[in-house]
Design a protein around this ligand. Structure first.
Ligand code: GDG
Length: 450
């Protein structure tokens, strides 16, 4: 039993850990902490083990659990609903039941792993009910919850069947963290509308306790990205990429996303195709590389997105390409961190244009990689990152990804900008990102949790 426990859908044992794992692993390690999560394969439950100084407590999911709790309620109901319903959420009773059962399993595993008075940090939309369940099992614990994705406006949340139970689940925490202040405000407003509570400022009284809801914008491991960006082998790769893509081409545009309908990939490609069609750019001078990391491919909406994107990529390359030279390279592949950083270094223009995104770490990674103060970021207004890197703050080129004309305008503005303007923008964005890395994020949350 340990005094600091992280609870997340996945365990930190994958080959390519993301920002969350790199942020929490050191804290878990130095506090002799534990991590409760799913190992990623159905019907697989290894015994608890040590991994890089952290006690790992695997939670088992059956094949049915993966279908219903993970792909169903988490990724076909809550994920789209919390992202402005950019795809219609699907509601199924059986998924909700499985979600509740699996959340209980996580709560029981967390209760068993926690010492008296321990601090437990629960993560994300797959585990909305865990704080409430854990509170019932273990009133002695300090419980924090952080939502990595957006929290929707009241009108949208109200569509969720059994909405009050999800809200009560989150209110089981002492501190509920969000990516943006607006999300925390949505949450607090809902406690009034749905449960008749009386939020005041960032706080709300619930069942004799005070729950605080506040924004803690997540960030990246800046040192990791800067180290890769300074590595001569990575820099060589970046140069080789430029050469392979056509050394005489002036412009390399880049997109890096999980293949997800929230990321605005099809709108981005459509805008790029129109820029080629109207002659703003040509195949001789420009090339777009789109890395689309395979994700949730068993979910129907993701398969449909893949088909849409691949059809459009084929159309654009067919219409505007030449033998040995195409305007769009589409990679439906997972790349290493070093390969991503080489792409960041090679790219003149980074396109981050989601329809909705809690934060978007790719935007911050691009900025952290550009120690040379080169490059430009085209950034959707509907990302959490936009609060820190917007055009208004002299950073990115802001765009509305729903408006193809505005996307085209933003990309064209980035192409037309002079080197001094671009360097100034990159410098301001770097100041922001370098001063707020993921370690600071984790410490701020945990200090507030107390
Ligand atoms: C969720 C929220 C929030 C991508 N492709 C590869 C790869 N990646 C890495 C990126 C980045 C991470 O995955 C993606 O993070 P994002 O923030 O961009 O997006 P989500 O996956 O949707 O993340 C989001 C985040 O949680 C954290 O709270 O910002 O809003 O949706 O680090 O570099 N990494 C490797 N190969 C790839 O092919 N190794």
């Amino acid at each position: 039993m340990t005094s600091f426990v992280v609870v997340a859908n996945r365990l930190p044992v994958d080959a390519s850990p993301g920002g969350l794992v790199s942020a929490l692993q050191p804290i878990a390690r130095s506090s002799g902490g534990a991590w409760v999560g799913w190992a990623g394969e159905p019907d697989d439950r290894p015994e608890p083990f040590e991994h890089e100084g952290v006690r790992i407590h695997p939670v088992e999911l059956s094949g049915d659990d993966v279908d219903r709790y993970y792909e169903g309620q988490s990724n076909s109901t809550i994920w789209p609903l919390f992202h402005d319903s950019v795809e219609p959420p699907v509601h199924r009773r059986a998924w909700r039941v499985a979600y509740e059962q699996v959340n209980r399993r996580f709560a029981e595993a967390a209760a068993a792993a926690s010492a008296q008075g321990a601090t437990v940090w629960v993560h994300d939309y797959q585990l909305l009910l865990v704080p409430g369940m854990l509170r019932e099992l273990r009133p002695d614990l300090r419980i924090g919850f952080f939502l990595h994705i957006p929290f929707p406006p009241v009108e949208l949340f109200m569509q969720l069947p059994r909405r009050a139970e999800f809200l009560r689940g989150m209110l089981g925490a002492d501190l509920v963290g969000f990516q943006q202040t607006l999300a925390a405000q949505n949450f607090l407003r809902l406690t009034a509308q749905l449960l008749g509570l009386h939020p005041e400022g960032e706080r709300v009284e619930y069942e004799g306790r005070t729950v605080t809801a506040r924004a803690f914008p997540i960030s990246i491991d800046v040192a990791e990205i800067e180290t890769l960006a300074a590595d001569p082998a990575v820099q060589d790769d970046a140069r080789r990429l430029r050469k392979d893509l056509g050394g005489d081409r002036r412009l390399l545009l880049l997109g890096v996303d999980r293949l997800d309908y929230t990321k605005g990939i099809d709108q981005r490609i459509e805008a790029y195709g129109e820029l080629l069609a109207d002659g703003t750019i040509t195949n001789d001078e420009a090339v777009l590389v789109q890395v689309a990391t395979p994700s949730r491919m068993r979910v129907e909406q993701y398969r449909q997105l893949r088909e849409r994107v691949e059809r459009e990529v084929g159309r654009i390359n067919g219409e505007f390409g030449d033998v040995g030279r195409v305007p769009l390279h589409y990679l439906f592949q997972t790349r290493t961190r070093a390969e991503l950083v080489a792409l960041y270094l090679a790219a003149d223009i980074m396109l981050v244009t989601p329809l909705r995104d809690g934060m978007n770490l790719v935007a911050k990674e691009y900025v952290a990689a550009r120690r040379d103060e080169g490059g430009a970021l085209v950034l959707s207004e509907f990302t959490g990152a936009h609060s820190e890197l917007s055009e208004a703050s002299g950073g990115a080129f802001s765009v509305n990804p729903y408006d193809v004309d505005d996307l085209k305008r933003g990309i064209a503005a980035a192409i037309a900008a002079g080197p001094a303007d671009l360097a100034g923008r990159m410098r301001r964005m770097r100041e922001q990102v370098l001063a707020h890395d993921v370690d600071r994020w984790a410490r701020a949350f945990l200090e507030t949790l107390g």
